[in-house]
Design a protein around this ligand. Structure first.
Ligand code: DAS
Length: 374
């Protein structure tokens, strides 16, 4: 571990301790207050980036500097997290807000609505150039797609996390946060949709998925690849997503206090309709079927899914395989059964789009069109 790294981990440990005593003055702990420039006079030559903290490993602490699993996520507060990377102040005027403090496997629809509404409030402010969201890695891909569909601005929104806790040797959080702030304040990232950047790789929020339980390069975009690199303090883009996002989407959550219930039925050999029947009985408005192969459906499940459709539940066929297009009328006669094909969205992302689609319509032709456009 380099001396710099050792001193950083030590500094963070000190900050974690100190932050309990002295609340940092330049961070709006109350996320309803307008973001103001940091306590020190803002540098007019630097962008103003607001860091919204939500928890996760990037805010996690371990018992020792070599603890990289079995640590506690969502422990370090936003101001301490930001203070532990003093280099941020060289690239942006940063202000931070603690929106919530959770391990992201526990995220809820209410968390998503609160975060999207806060980002939309901030990006309406002329003095805010971009937003970074620090987040647990487990559901970054879902939050990223939810925000890609509901943030009504072309300004950059970059979601960042880490695979090692903040107290670990070679913690990846500080460099990931530093890179995310640079991207969020950059002109190059404007209009590219919500982005996810860990391990120097810039991915599209719509396409990225967590592909490994523990490695720092876990975020991948299957088949299509990431959009570009972070290198030497600059984003280098080589492509952009072709799908509608952010300001070009039809979804508006500003007046929503809840989202329609959509559940995922995971398919496997010898499965049955117990889970599906329970979801429908509990009031699910949509079901995503995570089938093997090209979104295949076991013969024993076709009837129960048809019954769910007849009861008014919208059925979307996705696939558990992780990449590729779910062909409409491929493995199943979607036209005949009035089902929807998820295009290349994995089940957890298809659920996000179906939830938002159901805030607009129950019409399956209109919903299928949304799966082709977003
Ligand atoms: N439990 C994980 C989460 O909060 C920790 C992490 O990887 O961020 O998503």
């Amino acid at each position: 571990m380099s001396l710099g790294g050792k001193s950083r981990a030590f500094a963070l440990a000190m900050l974690v301790g100190a932050s309990l005593a002295v609340p940092h003055v330049s961070f709006a702990q109350d996320s309803s207050a307008p973001a103001t420039a940091a306590a020190t006079a803002p540098n007019p030559n630097l962008p103003h980036v607001v860091i919204l903290c939500t928890g996760g490993t990037i805010a996690g602490t371990g018992a020792t500097s070599t603890t990289t699993v079995g640590y506690t996520a969502a422990k370090v507060g936003c101001d301490t997290l930001v203070d532990s990377v003093p280099e941020l102040k060289k690239v942006a005027n940063v202000t931070g807000e603690q929106v919530y403090q959770i391990a992201s496997e526990s995220i809820t629809n209410d968390n998503w609505l609160k975060l999207s509404k806060r980002i939309n409030e901030l990006l309406k402010q002329d003095n805010v150039d971009g937003v970074v969201v620090t987040h647990g890695t487990d559901t970054i891909e879902e939050t990223a797609y939810f925000l890609d569909l509901t943030v009504k601005s072309k300004k950059p929104v970059v979601i960042v996390g880490s695979m090692r806790p903040s107290t670990a040797i070679s913690a990846d959080g500080p460099i990931n946060l530093y890179n995310a702030v640079i991207i969020a304040g950059s002109k190059e990232a404007v209009g590219k949709g919500v982005l996810v950047c860990l391990d120097d790789q810039i991915n599209a929020g719509r396409e990225v998925t967590k592909s490994n339980t523990s490695t720092t390069d876990t975020f991948r975009t299957p088949d299509l690849g990431f959009l570009g690199y972070m290198q030497d303090n600059k984003p280098h883009f080589y492509r952009t997503s072709t799908r509608l996002n952010t300001a070009d989407t039809e979804f508006d959550v500003s007046n929503l206090t809840s989202l329609p219930q959509v559940d995922i039925v995971y398919a496997y050999g010898n499965y049955n309709s117990l889970a599906l029947d329970a979801f429908v009985k509990a009031g699910a408005k949509g079901i995503v079927h995570a089938g093997p192969g090209d979104g295949s459906v076991g013969a024993q499940m076709v009837g129960p899914l048809q019954e769910a459709r007849k009861a008014g539940v919208v059925v979307v066929r996705s696939a558990r395989v992780g990449s590729g297009i779910i062909a409409r009328n491929g493995e199943q006669p979607d036209d005949k059964y009035d089902w929807v094909a998820s295009d290349n969205l994995n089940p957890q992302k298809a659920r996000i789009l179906l939830m938002l689609a159901l805030t607009k319509t129950n019409d399956t032709k209109a919903i299928q069109d949304m799966f082709w456009k977003y």
